[in-house]
Write a protein that binds this ligand. Structure first.
Ligand code: ZN
Length: 237
């Protein structure tokens, strides 16, 4: 995941069949002072744990550090969206700007016509004057519409996190039927990546395998390098 690291500093990779899916330390050589044997952790257990921690932070809206994490996350989310939109947005803006330039030239030519007419003593009749006015109105209207579209395009700075999509009130955010439960692996990864810089997994020391509670093995560094577990008042693992 490039997010999940072993206590020895090596990256952990995802593998294993079906319900046996896990993350495993991928170190190549044993360095002095690091763990013997393998370090693995059940994939479902740690993914659910990380998701629960994230949803707890989303709910802790009055906690200053949680808010700092959410602000950092919102920034990442906005940056992702801008990246995703950039090519189309840029093309559309280019198109609108050149359309606007054409309109401006048409309008200048139209104004020059009027000047010529006025120098020659004015419009020949009401019809000619009304016709000029009508064209002027249409050009001004189209220009206004294009200006509004140019102003509105790329206005994705103020992106809010889609909380309503992620959480439905009164339900377990990682339970059956939840957004998390239905999300595929890539979506879950991207979601976790928004909130975390890294998570470090220690070896299960007391018992081999799954008997050791996940929370006692995982140390999270949140977005922006924030450690919510080390400070009093934050929700401890
Ligand atoms: Zn390791």
């Amino acid at each position: 995941m490039r997010l999940l690291y072993c206590e020895c500093g090596a990256i952990m990779t995802h593998g294993g069949p079906g319900s046996k899916k896990h993350y495993r330390c991928r170190r190549r050589a044993i360095k002095p002072g690091t763990h013997a044997g393998e370090v693995t952790i059940g994939a479902r257990g740690i993914e659910q744990y990380l998701a629960r921690r994230i949803f707890a932070v989303i709910s802790a809206a009055d906690d200053e550090l949680a808010l700092a994490v959410l602000a950092e996350t919102a920034g990442r989310y906005a940056a992702q969206r801008e990246k995703a939109e950039a090519p189309e947005v840029m093309q559309e803006r280019q198109r609108l700007i050149s359309e606007r330039a054409n309109l401006r030239r048409s309008r200048e030519a139209h104004h020059a016509d009027r000047k010529r007419v006025m120098l020659k003593g004015g419009f020949v009749d009401d019809f000619a004057r009304e016709s000029w006015d009508e064209t002027e109105r249409a050009l001004a209207e189209r220009m206004g519409a294009i200006d509004a579209r140019i102003a509105g395009i790329g206005d994705s700075k103020a992106v809010e996190l889609p909380y309503e999509e992620w959480i439905s009130a009164g339900t377990d955010p990682v339970g059956p039927g939840s957004w998390w439960d239905a999300a595929d692996f890539e979506t879950k990864r991207a979601f976790i990546r928004l909130f975390f810089d890294r998570a470090s997994v220690s070896k299960a020391r007391r018992w081999a395998g799954q008997g050791v509670p996940v929370e006692s093995r995982v140390q999270i560094t949140w977005a922006g390098g924030i450690d919510l577990d080390r400070l009093p008042g934050s929700e401890a693992a």
